[in-house]
Design a protein around this ligand. Structure first.
Ligand code: ZN
Length: 257
């Protein structure tokens, strides 16, 4: 983008942030005229977003991993239609706080290829608690490896709403303890959303985190296989209502097939 088009894009962005005075408006116009506000890149820099200048040997997946974001989010943020990037290109790094910890922690693990064949959805059945609290509960119940799930997604009470906590069994690549069916404990990644979905729906933020995590596990994580989506009550039939009647099963089936 160059010339007038770039200036307009910049100006739009400045107005978009909220222009509170004539002075700010003129300041925006001035930056646009000087070419200092030019398209999404300058917008990102002005807004404090991180950027990455592509160097020889870079790939989208390497850049994504380094910045703790997904390839999908990186492409979406930069409007990329293919995986092709060129040396010198400046990419905006999307806000990746959500999955950053998971991606960074997983990058250091030795994961057996094709082991993790399922993602198993759970609810905790109670509104209180977080990974640490459930770890203590599971240890009291005699599970020596503690927290039975691989990941816990908070509801905003004892951990952030939509915060993704990583369990020790994921970090040590141990079998889960989240279902009765041992095949699914060995090959299923247990994700627990905090809450009782017999009485309410998971919040939008919880679901956004859940789908971001499952998307990443299916499409980008180094698993060597695309894990299938399933839910606790389908694994341990006639034994549990988990993850609750208000869990959006149909939506997830449509999304994950
Ligand atoms: Zn469950």
């Amino acid at each position: 983008m160059a010339g007038l088009a770039a200036g307009s894009a910049g100006l739009t962005a400045v107005i978009g942030w909220g222009v509170h005075s004539r002075r700010q408006f003129l300041y925006g116009l001035g930056l646009a005229a000087l070419g200092l506000v030019a398209g999404p890149r300058a917008w990102a820099q002005a807004a404090g977003a991180a950027t990455h200048r592509v160097v020889a040997g870079d790939t989208l997946s390497r850049i994504a991993q380094r910045h703790g974001v997904t390839v999908a989010a990186l492409k979406a943020r930069n409007g990329l239609k293919s995986d092709r990037i060129i040396v010198g290109q400046v990419l905006i790094i999307p806000d990746g706080a959500l999955l950053a910890k998971v991606i960074a922690a997983t990058a250091g693990l030795k994961i057996e290829r094709r082991r993790w064949r399922y993602v198993v959805a759970h609810h905790s059945g109670i509104e209180a608690g977080n990974a640490k609290a459930y770890d203590a509960t599971h240890r009291r119940r005699g599970m020596e490896n503690g927290l039975a799930y691989n990941f816990v997604i908070g509801n905003g009470r004892d951990s952030g709403e939509g915060e993704i906590e990583i369990g020790p069994r994921w970090l040590q690549q141990l079998n889960g303890g989240h279902v009765r069916n041992s095949h699914y404990n060995e090959h299923g990644i247990g994700i627990c959303l905090v809450g009782n979905f017999e009485t309410r729906r998971p919040s939008a933020k919880q679901l956004a985190s859940f789908t971001a995590l499952v998307d990443w596990l299916r499409d980008e994580a180094p698993l060597g296989v695309k894990p299938k989506f399933t839910a606790h009550r389908w694994v341990d039939r006639n034994h549990t209502v988990c993850p609750g009647r208000n869990f959006p099963f149909e939506e997830m089936k449509r999304r994950y097939g």
